[in-house]
Design a protein around this ligand. Structure first.
Ligand code: CRA
Length: 799
């Protein structure tokens, strides 16, 4: 769209539009309007502005007969949209002024929006960053997912223990979506398959409707907008009138309650297969609806099914939508009459598959009996896919094996390209989980290192730093992030460094004020803010961090007059509700916080803070305020990480292991600007094979021995010595994630951090070099990689 077609609106016009929406969409007069009413009115006024660029993008796509990308993901961790949309439209100032004129506070109104928490962690947030970049790059694309009624659970601490409650974002209207009651597809489950004259017919046992809700995703400077289409499950018949008339209300409602269950909750686990029938139904539900939608659009444009791959690129975000492969084959063969071999080849030509983890428990497998009962026709199709694969490669790798349907193998075999999410991860994918398939299909695995959108994760969330960057190197870095390299020469300028420090300090004040208001917690912005924010998992080693905290506390108590660097250790993150060890680690962190924070000897030097309910919005406050980024996973376990990128970009150097994208971050920002410690992935494997390695590591570390002794004697658990027996036993007897082996190296690296931080100027150079070096990690770069190497798509606007 030409630049002059971008919606132009000034504060007065926006104010008028907000007032109109308050009256006609919310039915409120200004005197009685709540913050919710104002927030909805502002959102609807801005949504109006998104519609024209959205239509223009669709028109251009049709006219160019452009190839489209379909990104299938169980998770889209969007967070709030108001600021995002305002910034992309360029109307933030106008919105601020308009609300002020209306007697409202912009920031308060923005904060009223609930996070759309339709994801668990990195995988879901990556999908959201990808949508942002696809729109910014004007690549025609749809995100397809599930419109969960309840997003990720809300977390509270009761006496330090994590308590989960249901999240209810849809109890209010969702301002950004357009309901599409006319776009529905029947989705079938169960029943049986009959064959007559070589034709398979599926007679389903039960069916629901998938009903579409569209959210426009506007790109940078409103040049383009794509669609996030989320499916809600609805009953085919609203209720059973016959039962109702008999007075059997429970039976009358049965169809509705079955359907609603399917899109009711997000599974609160980002790494383990729940093994639940419902989860399989969710996966099939949204994959099948999406694939039907794709084919309907293709046919409506007059294309032939044989040419599918010329017009359609489908990306499977992990194995969760892997069933889209066999579903596509089923539609092509059973419904549209394509010969089976051709259907398989046609489907494969448009499917890509991204692997996000090496953790064996996260590679989805379904009991064959369950799978065949719910998806009898797909079970048979998978056997045919397996036969075709065996014929093609001579390999004996099986998708259905030992009574299980292996979704990793299915996704791999059905995809033309498989990608890992960081250089190290991709190499490990080739060597471990998919070693045999890599031999059978050499060259099929490629790397696409993850990225993050700089619009949300720097420009919007960190105004002080964003302004300094613009002042220093000019505009344009927001969609050309490599320009940040232009900051490097300025780092030698003392004036620039002072401004860089001032920007960080103002972000720290903002976080401190927020913590004071929300949690009545006081932290000192002059102290180092040491931040570990991510899901709580043994491999991410929050445990290592808290053990080091205890050791530091001991050292300070032993030498109270030492040259200590004041620190606030900030933790944020949720544990999966069923993950007992992770919940115990949360409890320990909270217990240690209570003990250390009330110790008058160390009060000004060390503090531990764990705000409840970490989410995208909290990340937007924490990341700009962070001084030190904790990326301390056991080497070989974190596929990539993306929080590591956000923190470094915002001028927070990393203390970390050689894991995931840390490796590439260290290359980009310079080894001297990264605090490296710990065993390498290879050393981890070797150490694990040594008998009694963790006991030996503990014995060899007086500091660690003392810390574990304190935990065992109840120092942090009000004399309840049993509370952490599980953690201690794990560390002594098993320690699969090598917390004990990396402990001393981590402690030493932390003291190097202390020393560097005490020299404010040296630290600012470190921090600024991180910002300057992170340009490569824009998700725009990642999406260009996918577009060129996997999807073979271009923007119809590209000249
Ligand atoms: N948990 C990886 O563990 C990675 C993201 C996005 C994860 C992270 O290291 O940054 O994906 N894997 O690629 C995952 O969800 C199912 O696997 C994650 O978010």
């Amino acid at each position: 769209m030409p630049r002059d077609a971008i919606p132009q609106i000034d504060a007065a016009a926006l104010k008028a539009s907000i007032s109109t929406h308050l009256k006609t969409s919310l039915g409120k007069d200004a005197a009685h309007a709540s913050t919710y009413d104002w927030r909805m009115s502002l959102s609807l006024a801005m949504r109006d502005l998104v519609v024209d660029p959205w239509f223009a993008a669709t028109r251009d796509t049709y006219e160019a007969k452009a190839k489209r990308v379909y990104y299938l993901s169980m998770e889209f961790l969007i967070g709030r949209l108001i600021e995002d949309v305002a910034i992309n439209l360029g109307v933030e100032e106008a919105a601020r002024t308009a609300l002020t004129d209306l007697g409202q506070d912009y920031q308060r109104v923005v904060a009223n929006e609930p996070d759309a928490a339709l994801g668990n962690g990195g995988l879901g947030r990556l999908a959201a960053c990808f949508l942002d970049s696809l729109s910014t790059l004007a690549i025609p694309a749809y995100g397809y997912g599930i419109r969960y009624e309840h997003g990720l659970f809300e977390q509270r601490f009761e006496n330090g223990v994590q308590i989960e409650t249901a999240e209810t974002w849809l109890s209010q209207r969702h301002a950004w979506e357009f309901e599409r009651p006319e776009v529905t597809y029947p989705i079938h489950f169960g029943g049986y398959v009959s064959e007559s004259e070589g034709k398979a017919v599926w007679h389903p046992g039960e069916s629901v409707l998938a009903s579409a809700y569209d959210t426009p995703i506007i790109g940078w400077q409103a040049q383009w907008a794509n669609t996030l289409r989320l499916w809600a499950a609805k009953p085919l018949t609203l209720f059973d009138l016959e039962s109702f008339n008999r007075g059997d209300y429970l039976a009358a409602n049965a169809p509705e309650s079955l359907a609603r269950t399917i899109s009711r909750v997000l599974y609160p686990d980002d790494t383990t297969d729940e093994g639940k029938e419902l989860r399989l139904k969710q996966e099939y539900f949204f994959s099948a609806a999406s694939v039907q939608d794709v084919l309907r659009r293709l046919l409506s444009e007059g294309h032939a099914l044989d040419d599918l791959a010329d017009h359609v690129a489908i990306q499977l975000n992990d194995t969760h939508p892997a069933i889209a492969g066999p579903e596509l084959v089923r539609l092509l063969a059973d419904i549209h009459g394509m010969p089976m071999d051709r259907a398989i080849a046609t489907a494969r030509a448009c499917l890509g598959f991204t692997n996000h983890t090496l953790l064996p428990e996260a590679l989805e497998r379904w009991p064959e009996g369950l799978f065949a009962r719910i998806l009898p026709r797909h079970h048979r199709i998978i056997e045919l896919i397996q036969d075709a694969h065996a014929k093609e490669t001579g390999s004996d790798i099986r998708i259905i094996d030992h009574g299980e349907v292996k979704m990793g193998e299915l996704a791999f075999i059905m995809a033309h390209t498989i990608n890992g999410v960081s250089a190290l991860h991709t190499e490990l994918v080739k060597e471990t989980v998919f070693a045999d398939l890599n031999t059978a299909y050499p060259g099929r695995i490629i790397n696409q290192t993850n990225g993050i959108t700089p619009r949300r994760w720097l420009y919007t969330c960190n105004k002080p730093l964003g302004d300094l960057i613009t002042e220093t190197i000019g505009d344009g870095w927001q969609d050309d992030l490599e320009r940040l390299g232009g900051l490097r020469p300025h780092i030698d300028d003392a004036g620039f460094r002072a401004q860089f420090r001032a920007a960080k300090l103002s972000n720290k004040h903002r976080l401190a004020a927020w913590l004071k208001t929300r949690d009545d917690v006081t932290i000192d912005p002059e102290a180092m803010f040491d931040v570990q924010i991510k899901r709580v998992h043994e491999y991410k080693r929050q445990l290592l961090n808290i053990l080091e905290t205890i050791a530091l506390w001991n050292d300070i108590c032993d030498s109270p007059n030492g040259d200590w660097t004041p620190r606030v250790k900030l933790f944020g993150g949720k544990a999966a509700p069923g993950y007992a060890m992770a919940k115990s680690i949360i409890h320990l962190i909270n217990d240690v916080a209570a003990t250390i924070n009330s110790d008058p000897r160390t009060r000004d030097l060390l503090q531990v803070v764990y705000p409840e309910n970490y989410n995208v919005s909290m990340a937007e406050l924490l990341i700009p305020a962070s001084d030190l980024s904790e990326q301390i996973s056991t080497a070989g376990k974190e596929a990539s990480g993306t929080g590591n990128m956000k923190l470094s970009l915002n001028g927070s150097p990393t203390i970390g292991t050689l894991d995931g994208a840390n490796v590439e971050i260290r290359e980009q920002v310079g080894h001297e600007n990264f605090f490296l410690f710990g065993l390498t992935a290879q050393e981890v494997e070797a150490r694990r094979r040594e008998h009694g390695f963790s006991r030996r590591a503990i014995e060899e570390s007086p500091r660690l021995t003392r810390v574990l002794g304190q935990i065992a004697s109840g120092v942090f658990s009000q004399s309840d010595r049993e509370r952490y027996a599980g953690i201690l036993h794990m560390l002594y007897e098993q320690d699969f994630f090598l917390v004990t082996c990396d402990f001393d190296a981590y402690f030493t690296a932390q003291r190097a951090v202390d020393q560097a931080y005490r020299n404010a100027d040296r630290w600012t150079r470190l921090a600024a070099n991180n910002t300057a070096g992170m340009g490569w990690f824009s998700s725009d770069r990642t999406i260009r990689g996918y577009a060129n190497e996997i999807w073979k798509v271009a923007s119809p606007r590209a000249t």
